[in-house]
Design a binder for this molecule. Structure first.
Ligand code: PFF
Length: 447
C-alpha cells in the first residue's frame, strides 16, 4: 500500500497553517499578551518566532520529509537507534496529553457557539462559564469535539485534512477580518489597540525573564512545535518543495492570524471597560463573552466569533490526532480506520477525566504542555543538528531556492548550538519556578 501524501503544495501549507492557527492564537495569545505587558510581550514573541520558531519548524520538516514516517518511525529509522524510537513514543504521548485538554476547551467553544444562538450566557457570563467548564456536560461536549476531529482524520490526508483545512482557513481569515473591522468601530477601541501595539521598553526591562519564558512557550505552542505534528505533516511531502520558504510562509501567516485576533479581542475588552490583565485565561473567556452581551447585534457577532474559534480549534486538533494515527498506520500496519478509533477510545477516557477534574486540566494545559513541548523540540533540534548533521543540511536545501540555500549553514549552526541552549535555559527557568525555588511564572488556568 502506498503511503498517503498531499495533493498540492498549497494544501500542505494550508494544513500546516491550520495546525498552527488555533486556540493558541485566539484564546492563549491575547491572554498571554495581556498578562505580560501587552506590546512588550508582542515584540518578544515576534523575535522568538523568527529566531527560534522558524528554525525549529524547519528542523521538524527536515526530519519528517527525510524519513517519510511518523515521529517514532522517523527518529528510529534515521538514527538506527531504539532509544530515539522511545523519544518518538514520548511525542505520541505528548499528542495525547495535548488532545486531552484541547478537546475539553474545544467542547467549551462548541457550547458557547450553541449558547450564542440563544444568547444563553448573556445574562451572567461569569456564572455560565463556571457552570459549564467542568463536569459531565463538559465531558460530553469534549467528546463531541473529539468525534468531529476524528471524522476529518478518518477521511484521510487528502480528503480529510487537506480538504478540511482548505475550506476552514479562508473562512477563519474572512470572519476575523470582519470582526476586527467591527471591533475597531466600538467605543474606546483605540485604547485597546494602543495597549496592544504601543511598545513599553520599561516593562520589558523590568520583567525580562518572565516575558521571555512566556513568549517562548507561546511561540512553541502556536507553531505546533515539539510534538511531532510538523514532522508528521512534512512526512507527506515530496522532495520538490522548498522547506525554508514554506516554513517562512507558515510562520508569517500564523503570526498574522494571531495579531488579527488581538485586533478583535483588545478593542472589544477596552470598549467594555474590562481590564485585559486580570484573572487569567478563563476570565478572558468570560470577559469576551460578556462583551458580546453588551454590544448591539451581540448574538450575531458572538456566533461569528465562536464559529471562527471552532474552525481554528478543529484544524489544530486534527493535526494532533494525526500523530498517533500515522504512528499506528506506519509502525503497526493498522488501517486508517482502526488507527483512528484506537486513540479516540483512549481520548474519550482521558478527555472525560480532564473535563471532570480541574486540577488535572491545569496540570495538562499548563505545566505538562510547556515542559513536554520544550523537551520535544529540544530533542528534535539535537536530532537534526547532531544525529543527521550534514544530511539535515542536504535535506534543508533540497528543492530550496537561492535564498533558502544560502541560509542553510547558519540554520544548521543554530539548530546545533544556539537554539538547544536557549530551550535548555527556558526549561531550567520553568523547572526552578515549578519546584518553588523562584516565583511562579504562570497563573492557574481557572478563573
Ligand atoms: N498550534 C495550536 C494552537 O495554537 O492552538 C496548538 C497545537 C497544535 C500545539 C498541534 C501542538 C500541536 F502539535
Amino acid at each position: 500500500m502506498t503511503r498517503e501524501s498531499w495533493a498540492t503544495r498549497f494544501g500542505f501549507i494550508l494544513a500546516a497553517v491550520g495546525s498552527a492557527v488555533g486556540l493558541g492564537n485566539i484564546w492563549r495569545f491575547p491572554w498571554m499578551t495581556a498578562q505580560n505587558g501587552g506590546s512588550a510581550f508582542l515584540v518578544m514573541y515576534l523575535a522568538i518566532i523568527l529566531v527560534v520558531g522558524v528554525p525549529g519548524l524547519l528542523a521538524e520538516f527536515v526530519i519528517g520529509r527525510r524519513a517519510k514516517l511518523n515521529p517514532v518511525g522517523a527518529l528510529s529509522s534515521l538514527s538506527g537507534s531504539r532509544g530515539w524510537g522511545w523519544f518518538g513514543l514520548f511525542n505520541v504521548l505528548t499528542s495525547l496529553v495535548l488532545l486531552s485538554f484541547y478537546t475539553v476547551v474545544g467542547g467549551w467553544i462548541l457550547r458557547y457557539l450553541v449558547a450564542s444562538l440563544s444568547g444563553g450566557y448573556f445574562a451572567s457570563p461569569g456564572s455560565f462559564f463556571s457552570a459549564i467548564s467542568f463536569g459531565w456536560g463538559a465531558a460530553g461536549y469534549g467528546v463531541l469535539f473529539l468525534l468531529a476531529t476524528a471524522a476529518i482524520v478518518l477521511a484521510g490526508v487528502r480528503r480529510g485534512i487537506e480538504l478540511g483545512t482548505k475550506l476552514m482557513m479562508p473562512a477563519i481569515v474572512v470572519l476575523l477580518v470582519a470582526l476586527a473591522l467591527w471591533a475597531a468601530g466600538q467605543p474606546n477601541a483605540g485604547a485597546g489597540l494602543s495597549f496592544f501595539l504601543t511598545f513599553d521598553p520599561g516593562y520589558l526591562r523590568a520583567h525580562f525573564v518572565s516575558v521571555l519564558v512566556a513568549a517562548a512557550g507561546q511561540a512553541l505552542f502556536t507553531l505546533s512545535l515539539g510534538v511531532g505534528t510538523m514532522i508528521t505533516y512534512a512526512s507527506y511531502l515530496d522532495e520538490d518543495r522548498s522547506l525554508p520558504s514554506d516554513g517562512a510562509t507558515i510562520a508569517v501567516l500564523n503570526t498574522l492570524v494571531g495579531v488579527l485576533a488581538g485586533f478583535v479581542v483588545f478593542p472589544l475588552l477596552f470598549s467594555q471597560g474590562i481590564d485585559p490583565g486580570t484573572g487569567g485565561p478563563g476570565a478572558l473567556f468570560v470577559s469576551v463573552a460578556g462583551a458580546f452581551s453588551a454590544v448591539a447585534f451581540g448574538r450575531v457577532v458572538a456566533v461569528a466569533f465562536f464559529f471562527v474559534v471552532t474552525l481554528a480549534a478543529l484544524s489544530s486538533s486534527i493535526s494532533m490526532l494525526e500523530i498517533p494515527v500515522a504512528y499506528l498506520v506506519d509502525e503497526h500496519g493498522l488501517s486508517r480506520r482502526r488507527a483512528t478509533l484506537l486513540p479516540v477510545a483512549v481520548l474519550v477516557v482521558s478527555g472525560a477525566a480532564t473535563a471532570l477534574d480541574p486540577s488535572l486540566f491545569s496540570l495538562f494545559a499548563d505545566t505538562m504542555v510547556n515542559l513536554m513541548l520544550t523537551v520535544g523540540l529540544l530533542g528534535f533540534l539535537l536530532f537534526a543538528g547532531w544525529v543527521l548533521g550534514p544530511d539535515a543540511l542536504a535535506e534543508y536545501v533540497l528543492g530550496a531556492d537561492g535564498v533558502g540555500r544560502a541560509t542553510g549553514p547558519a540554520w544548521l549552526w543554530a539548530v546545533r548550538t544556539l537554539l538547544p541552549l536557549f530551550l535548555l535555559g527556558t526549561l531550567v527557568v520553568a523547572l526552578l519556578a515549578l519546584a518553588g525555588v523562584t516565583a511562579p511564572l504562570v497563573v492557574s488556568v481557572l478563573p
